[in-house]
Design a protein around this ligand. Structure first.
Ligand code: GN1
Ligand code: MG
Length: 355
């Protein structure tokens, strides 16, 4: 660890002098740099905050302060870890032109992929319970930490616009681009939905690895990565669960033949999420969950493809074609969802009408 950073951190936060702090890279997030700090038996998470993605850190503070205020009088069965304040009472420390945040380490396990259907149920129930818990926070008072983050129509237009400036695409790039640009009916469905859906406090990045499970994986201990917490629609949170949990392979996989939606996992997710949200949803909102997975997969595919065409300026990549491969992965997963629409609708009807 760079000695200037180390001494600045020791100045900003109340670490003891001994033993020395140990740093190790941690987690699989695509935006911030994350490290585990260990000192004797104590542990913290240090995050190198990505300010080129999050241009408005004060908006994150605003939203988390609202959350924290609400949590004082409303208990939740799991933790929502917030940044530790530095000695200047700020959750964000600027050191040599970079920004850092420190969190208490939550003991437990994170999963990149579930190991059994029960974990899908538990994950979805946690996010559903969260939405239910937050129902009385005025989502309109929350600020947009990334403006238009899940606006599918704008993500769609952005790809179309960036693609127009590119010539010399390979035939495979062209084929995948055409697939995405042919998704206009789904974009129109989305625009039609959002007119009537209530704005709620949503997490907006409900990947499975943003949950910390207990060591024995029987309980969710914490929901983390609260930077994109803001006003949104339930279909975003349920949809990103479908995208990351009900898929046979992770978004980084290039095993094209084996990427598909597991309808039984979709069902587990819906059962778990519904358990949390059924008392707050109206029929339109319940219906929106059905295509939430498609919406979020399309958004992510559009974003990965756009980043590929723009030269990988947003997402971390480990090789140059990775964003293109992620976009291809999401395309195949979206096709798999679309080919199972009728089946999913039957499962959805069973779950949402019998409770
Ligand atoms: C990013 O930071 P991380 O890896 O939890 C991204 C999400 C995407 C995800 C795809 C702020 O999340 O929107 O779903 O990558 N977060 C931001 O893996 O863009
Ligand atoms: Mg994350």
């Amino acid at each position: 660890m760079n000695p200037t950073l180390l001494s600045a951190l020791c100045d900003a936060y109340p670490f003891s002098q001994n033993p020395t702090l140990e740093f190790a890279p941690f987690g699989e997030g695509l935006i911030h740099q994350t490290y585990l700090i260990t000192q004797g038996k104590q542990k913290w998470i240090l995050q190198g905050f990505n300010q080129s993605v999050f241009n408005f850190p004060e908006r994150i503070d605003h939203n988390l302060a609202m959350l924290y205020q609400f949590a004082k009088n409303h208990s939740l069965p799991f933790q929502l870890p917030l940044p530790i304040k530095n000695k200047w009472s700020s959750g964000l420390s600027e050191i040599n032109g970079h920004h850092y945040r420190l969190f208490d380490f939550v003991q437990g396990k994170t999963l990149q992929q579930i190991e059994n259907p029960r974990q899908a149920y538990l994950a979805a129930m946690a996010y559903g319970e969260f939405a239910n818990w937050a129902k009385d926070i005025d989502a309109k008072q929350m600020q947009e930490t990334i403006p238009n983050f899940h606006r599918l129509d704008l993500r769609f237009e952005k790809l179309a616009q960036v693609a127009q400036t590119k010539s010399g695409l390979t035939s495979e790039e062209r084929e995948i681009l055409d697939f995405y640009l042919n998704q206009k009916p789904l974009v129109d469905w989305y625009l039609d939905q959002i007119h009537d859906l209530p704005l709620r406090v949503t997490h907006n990045d409900t990947k499975i690895n943003n949950l910390i499970f207990s060591e024995d994986l029987t309980k969710v201990e914490a929901i983390i990565d609260l930077d994109t917490l803001m006003g949104g629609y339930l279909m975003y949170d349920f949809g990103d669960l479908v995208r990351t949990v009900a898929c046979s392979l992770p978004e980084t996989s290039t095993n094209w033949e084996n990427i598909r939606l597991h309808a039984n996992l979709f069902e587990e997710l819906l059962k778990g999420y519904w358990q949390g949200v059924q008392s707050i949803t109206n029929s339109k909102e319940a219906e929106s969950l059905l295509l939430g997975g498609e919406i979020m997969t399309l958004i992510m595919g559009l974003r990965f493809f756009t980043d590929h065409l723009q030269g990988n300026i947003y997402y971390k990549v480990t090789y140059p074609e990775q964003n293109f491969h992620r976009a291809k992965n999401q395309m195949i997963f979206l096709q798999s969802q679309q080919s199972q629409r009728e089946l999913l609708k039957m499962r959805w009807t069973n779950i949402t009408s019998t409770t």
